[in-house]
Design a binder for this molecule. Structure first.
Ligand SMILES: [Zn+2]
Length: 74
């Protein structure tokens, strides 16, 4: 009794929204204002600015079409 449901909070998934800025695809979380994931579509460099939350951020593995658009556009 008195068990906290912190597990539910930790398992929550946040859907990140990606947009393209030059060579970079930037994913931001609509819930975590301080979370950002930058992916360079040319060098494949990834920069993650993790916020305070423990949430699992999904959507970072999805920019395949953006990747292709980047290559075809250059
Ligand atoms: Zn988040």
């Amino acid at each position: 009794m008195g068990r906290q449901t912190t597990e539910t909070q930790q398992a929550v998934e946040h859907q990140c929204i990606g947009h393209k800025e030059g060579d970079w695809i930037i994913f931001t979380c609509p819930i975590c204002r301080d979370y950002q994931r930058h992916i360079n579509c040319k060098t494949k460099e990834v920069i993650v600015r993790k916020g305070k939350g423990n949430a699992v951020h999904i959507g970072s593995h999805a920019p395949v079409h953006s990747d292709l658009a980047c290559f075809s556009g250059s």
